[in-house]
Design a protein around this ligand. Sequence first.
Ligand SMILES: NC(=O)c1ccc[n+]([C@@H]2O[C@H](COP(=O)([O-])OP(=O)(O)OC[C@H]3O[C@@H](n4cnc5c(N)ncnc54)[C@H](O)[C@@H]3O)[C@@H](O)[C@H]2O)c1
Length: 321
Amino acid sequence: MTVVDSCVQGCGANLFNLAPASGKVEILKADIGEPDCIAPALAGVPIIFNLAGEISHIHSMLYPERDLEINTLSQMRFLEACIRLSPGARVVYAGTRQVYGAPQYLPVDELHPVNPVDFNGVHKYAATMYHLMFSRSGDLDAVVLRLTNVYGPRMALDVPCQGFLSNYIRKSLAAARLQVFGDGSQLRDPAYVDDVVEAMLAAGAAQRLQSREYNVGGPEALSLSQIAAICTDAGGMEPPEYREFPPDRKQIDIGSYYTDSSRIGRELGWTPKVRFEEGIRMTLNYYRECLPHYLPPGLTEPECKLRHILTQKGSYRLSPT
Ligand SMILES: NC(=O)c1ccc[n+]([C@@H]2O[C@H](COP(=O)([O-])OP(=O)(O)OC[C@H]3O[C@@H](n4cnc5c(N)ncnc54)[C@H](O)[C@@H]3O)[C@@H](O)[C@H]2O)c1
């Protein structure tokens, strides 16, 4: 098995995450949008887990062309290479609930209209459609999982703008007070990373797919206030502070969201198991043991210390200074 990652600056790559698999996987540092570089890893492969992408909605609004390149152009080139080198391969794509935009009803099922509110959602939707298009033509056998907010060990805590859960985990580790935007009544259904891995494996292993799109959510819908309270208890902080949404967040806010995961339950036998309280406890325990691999000393508030250094292709790196 080969892991391909180009370690894009501003995304979450961390070689330490692969240490437990040392000796069992090959690691290829390459861009999936460069077929010549990835050809050795791709030829004749029956199952491909396609998680390459940029997750930050804020980053996508700051640098839309960068997001377009990572989440759309690279994906198109990658899928064309898959067709050439591993025709008919099962491709399990990590899509996002962000494609739905602000929900028109809850819980959100796969029939919900698509109406993304930011570049990330638009670009991820285009990539979703590439997967479906190449499956319709019989060139690939792809399946798209639309993931809700995922959390757990091994997130890139040193990268800012990775979503509120990353922020809450970082602050909980530093026992720093959380901020809740709005009145705290917004709903989310965080999914623990192990559950999401199980969903991806189920989608990879299914003999014959009944559907090509599955929503993947967490086991419970919680308000932001409840999520903040659980983190606050686990981190031993004072109660959260409630604030107005900052304008850049408000612009791309989707209101309440939680997932109807019943299709994947019915067809692939997957259900989320890890409740948030348990998941956050396991997450904080993990980071307490390995924190220096994720958060260099002095970088507890990357948002404050963030400097975007534009490099070629509009990408940037995070500077701890
Ligand atoms: N984390 C979430 O809450 C969440 C929610 C919905 C969807 N997703 C999707 O799941 C996938 C994985 O997310 P994650 O949280 O693990 O993010 P992550 O940033 O930790 O991992 C993504 C990896 O993709 C790599 N990458 C990006 N473009 C690449 C390219 N062209 N070639 C090779 N490698 C490339 C990055 O270097 C990074 O290591 C993403 O596609 C994301 O859109 C994540």
